[in-house]
Design a protein around this ligand. Structure first.
Ligand SMILES: [Zn+2]
Length: 149
């Protein structure tokens, strides 16, 4: 809620807060980089595999061009690679912490299968989110925010 004061009539009104969501939340929730309200994807469901990789050509809310050039989202592979490396490093750190806390026995050289299975399992579970997140990060890097217009 925003408190609005009118100086002439001294009336106070409450209006619904219509502030734009910040860039990080818009990226994490796959919103249009231009207005941060429309969806980037045809099918907004996260674990529904139908049309999972289909980006909208234009935003349904503001009409922004979401595919500025052919093959625009090929560059998202670089972002996806970085997210995958971060996932595997996180799995390794988690396993090391579990070992340090005495919750499980893990050594990188003595139990490589534990690391591989944990990393592959985590990557498979997170794949739909990471796939869409990498495209969303790429779009937010190159499509400017025009929400104030
Ligand atoms: Zn938009």
């Amino acid at each position: 809620m925003i408190l609005v004061t009118n100086k002439k009539s001294k009336t106070i009104k409450f209006e619904k807060n219509r502030e734009k969501m910040n860039s990080l939340m818009a990226t994490l929730t796959f919103k249009c980089p231009s207005c941060r309200e429309g969806s980037l994807y045809e099918n907004p469901g996260l674990y529904t595999f139908e049309k999972m990789s289909v980006n909208k050509k234009t935003c349904s809310h503001c009409g922004a061009d979401l595919q500025p050039e052919p093959g625009f989202y090929f560059g998202a592979a670089y972002v996806s690679w970085a997210l995958t490396v971060a996932t595997w490093v996180s799995v390794l750190v988690a396993l090391k912490c579990f070992n340090a806390w005495g919750l499980m026995e893990f050594g990188f050289l003595t139990h490589p299968g534990t690391f591989l299975m944990s990393g592959i399992g985590t990557s498979l579970v997170l794949f739909p989110y990471m796939f869409r997140l990498s495209r969303s990060i790429w779009a937010h890097m190159f499509i400017p925010f025009n929400g104030d217009k």
